[in-house]
Ligand binder design. Structure first.
Ligand code: NI
Length: 170
């Protein structure tokens, strides 16, 4: 397994639209293992392939405290959604930024597992938020794009400043 480099907003590669995975083969399983290691070591509760510059429809989520409930979604599709919830979201591609986003309260998702078998899952709460957040990445969308242009400008400035400081220190 290997820890992969996570792209940081506003990297233009984060706006790439991911392609469906045609065959769930060994190379996809290796990508899943590497992404899992990357997500756990960050640490984060979700990771989309887009964030590691692999533009395939693959997302991983583990919202458990014990970090032993990895959920893998290949070619995920939301087939039902209802309600509304607001949550202060963060993202491994936008470090140290947390902002409120409104999403569906409940979703039913259809996807393939790591064996390439189709499954459906109906979820609500934080897991529903994570699925929607990670699926946005596959469409080239980062959560800060739900915010006002002014807030987004401030976030970009903050990230640029931090990158500069890191550069000066090193
Ligand atoms: Ni994210």
């Amino acid at each position: 397994m290997a820890i992969l480099n996570i792209l940081n907003y506003p990297d233009p590669r984060l706006h790439t639209i991911a392609k469906p995975i045609e065959v769930v083969d060994k190379s996809i399983n290796k990508l899943i293992d590497d992404m899992a290691e990357t997500m756990y070591s960050a640490p984060g509760i979700g990771l989309a392939a887009t964030q590691v510059d692999r533009h395939l429809q693959l997302i991983l989520i583990d919202i458990s405290e014990t970090k032993d409930s990895l959920k893998i979604f290949i070619n995920p599709k939301i087939i039902e959604s209802s309600g509304q919830q607001v949550y202060e979201e963060g993202c491994l591609s936008v470090p140290d930024v947390f902002e409120s986003v409104t999403r569906a309260e409940r979703v039913k998702v259809q996807a393939l597992d790591r064996e390439g078998e189709s499954f459906e899952l109906a979820v609500d709460g934080l897991l529903a938020i994570c699925i929607q957040h990670e699926m946005d990445h596959l469409l080239g969308k980062v959560f800060v794009e739900y915010l006002s242009p002014l807030k987004r400008y401030r976030i970009k400035t903050k990230i640029k400043k931090r990158t500069k400081e890191r550069f000066i220190k090193s």
